[in-house]
Design a protein around this ligand. Structure first.
Ligand SMILES: Cc1ncc(COP(=O)(O)O)c(C=O)c1O
Length: 506
């Protein structure tokens, strides 16, 4: 073959080359433009997103306020239209690139538009999209078999749902049927969903509507926060970063704070339950607030003695996010009776699950139970591919990068002691609590928090905010983030905190 035939420069080829390089040039200029006011260099990314052709920004802003539920409040003074995503990167409608350190609220586990998930969905959608549970399909069976393989002991039955709220709601139902008791006990400041029952188990005023009576049968116990609560010391957490400024005299294998919090937990039974009333279940999530060591073990033992079941809400902590273990509960040395899953399970695809024992699962047989979409073939292939993608060492990455990032953020405690009150977390699930008073730990004023939040975004990093007073920066990125991404995130948040201190002369 002659050289000429190999590289024939046809007009079509020139056109392709031209549009490809024009697109590349536009993207580079945009990224350069964004970094012109921003001397912190964003990590490179080879992926070139498509040009946005959707509704224009102004129409979208107006439309969101009028026809999309007004209760939805997108982040930022100028809300972002996110147009495309790849791995740990997101692009807005103008082609500006952002490092996604929030992962759609800890949901994007294996990375945006993961090529294997794209392929699995495309393949499945062309064959079978939906059948309902009236028929069997092998995708469901194969997926459930694979998911059960991630659990040990009695946890051998899976019900598939579409969300975390549905999973928790179903878990409550099973626990009630199985124990023939009604009360569900949860921890204050925990979030379990937005449906009627799960929002009643969510003990946070911010998630409560006025005038709406809560359904009966939900109790809220102590919030064992070793940073702000009554008790806590410098050895309480199962984490590299401990609370600062609190001494701890506990001996090896002892945690006085957890005993104190447990006594308070026990009081709920004395004061809020009828004398001989039994309990259906205890439910706890483990977000970025870390309970003191042994606390969950004590509670699980107590609940089991009382004939209740223990539900581990793994909606955020599951699928390797905490690095050390695949499931968050494993680091507490407890064995739940029911585990609920969502978010990372589907990398953004609506999927949830309840995993339990055969005996507990059978309780649902006393009536009909049905979920139209739960376990549909598309969801099952996505869930299955997420489990396979985990073999890309993402849990290990969560451990390595999470530990690195946590240690970096921990330096804020001494660099910005008047603004950063606490840094906590495990793996790629990290919280940075911002305060306005080091003694009282009073939350940073909302407007100051929002300013910091905006500056971080303007420099190209998306993080979340949370906590009862929305004063906690939440870092829960896709598990594929790199060390360079971690360095960039640290530098950006540090710069935002510096700017805050300069502006308010702290
Ligand atoms: C710990 C936890 N449980 C349950 C839920 C509810 O999940 P969903 O929003 O999928 O209904 C969430 C959602 O944020 C969560 O974080």
């Amino acid at each position: 073959m002659s050289v000429n035939r190999c590289i024939q420069i046809t007009p079509v080829y020139v056109n392709v080359l031209y549009s490809k390089y024009l697109k590349w040039f536009i993207m580079q200029t945009r990224n350069f433009a964004s970094s012109a006011n921003n001397p912190l260099k964003m990590p490179d990314c080879k992926y070139v997103p498509s040009i946005y052709k959707g509704t224009n920004y102004e129409d979208m802003i107006k439309g969101y306020e009028s026809i999309v539920s007004p209760s939805l409040k997108p982040f930022y003074k100028e809300p972002l239209i996110i147009h495309e995503g790849r791995g740990q990167w997101l692009w807005n409608h103008r082609g500006k690139r952002y490092l996604d350190m929030f992962g759609g609220v800890a949901t994007v586990s294996v990375g945006h538009s993961h090529p294997k998930i794209v392929a699995a969905i495309s393949n499945q959608v062309s064959k079978l999209n939906h059948v309902s549970s009236a028929y069997m399909h092998s995708r469901l069976y194969e997926y459930v078999t694979k998911l059960i393989g991630k659990f040990s002991g009695k946890l051998g039955v899976v019900y598939l749902t579409n969300s975390g709220s549905e999973a928790n709601e179903l878990a409550f139902l099973m626990a009630r049927l199985h124990t023939r008791s009604h009360s569900i006990i949860s921890l204050k400041n925990g979030y379990h969903g937005a449906s009627y029952g799960t929002s009643a188990s969510t003990a946070m005023s911010t998630w409560r509507y006025p005038f709406i009576a809560q359904p009966p049968g939900y109790l809220h116990a102590v919030y064992p926060d070793v940073y702000k609560g009554n008790w806590g010391g410098s050895k309480c957490r199962d984490s590299l970063v401990q609370v600062t400024g609190r001494k701890c005299d506990c001996r090896e294998n002892e945690c006085i704070a957890s005993e104190k919090y447990f006594c308070e937990f026990e009081e709920t039974f004395c004061f809020s339950l009828a004398c001989r009333e039994s309990i259906a279940a205890f439910v706890a999530e483990r977000g970025a607030v870390q309970y003191p060591k042994y606390f969950l073990q004590k509670v699980y033992n107590y609940i089991h003695e009382k004939g209740g079941l223990c539900i581990a809400d793994e909606v955020q902590t599951g699928f390797g996010r905490t690095g050390e273990h695949f499931w968050g509960f494993e680091s507490h040395g407890v064995e739940p009776d029911i585990v609920t899953l969502a978010k990372g399970i589907g990398n953004g695809f609506p999927l949830g699950a309840v995993v339990t024992s055969t005996e507990i699962a059978k309780s649902l047989n006393s009536a009909l139970h049905f979920n139209t979409f739960g376990g549909n073939p598309l969801a099952c292939v996505v869930g299955s591919t997420v489990l396979d993608a985990k073999e890309e060492s993402l849990q290990q990455n969560a451990q390595t990068i999470g530990t690195y990032l946590l240690n970096q953020f921990a330096t804020f405690l001494s660099e910005f002691p008047n603004v950063v009150g606490d840094v906590r977390g495990k793996g790629l699930m990290i919280g940075i609590e911002l305060i306005s008073n080091i003694e009282t730990k009073k939350p940073l004023k909302t407007e100051h928090m929002l300013e910091i939040f905006e500056v971080i975004k303007d420099m190209g990093v998306l993080v979340g905010k949370g906590g009862l007073h929305a004063n906690v920066l939440r870092i829960k990125p896709p598990l594929c983030v790199t060390k360079t991404d971690a360095d960039f995130t640290y530098a950006v948040i540090r710069r935002a905190l510096q700017k805050h201190e300069e502006k308010y002369r702290i």
